[in-house]
Design a protein around this ligand. Sequence first.
Ligand code: 5GP
Ligand code: ZN
Length: 114
Amino acid sequence: MMDCIFCQIVAGKLPSETLYQDEEVIAFRDIHPLAPTHVLIIPKRHIPSLAQLTDAETPLIGHMAKVANKLAQEEGVAESGYRLVVSSGEQGGQIVPHLHMHLLGGRRLSDKLC
Ligand code: 5GP
Ligand code: ZN
């Protein structure tokens, strides 16, 4: 999906501040951070959203959460606390149509979810 910006980041065609990658996922800093730590964890494979995740792909979400926790530790926010957000679809606030998990931390986040 070369018209997808996150696929272009995976392919190295768009620059990103990559913090982690393995065979399944890549994690990089959000270009417009909403908190001192704002990292995106995405599958390398193009999956449009959580709603399109197949049964076989379900373990990917657990892996993304595990990677997020490892990065939270490296960013020094694991103890102070952090939030993982996966937006799905238009009303869910998803703008980039490639599944991604936001890791947000480093400041007190709003008590309200939305
Ligand atoms: P969404 O609203 O779809 O859940 O989040 C998409 C996120 O991707 C936004 O927080 C936005 O700042 C980030 N983003 C969009 N384009 C780029 C880009 O080219 N590079 C990086 N690092 N982040 C991006
Ligand atoms: Zn993509």
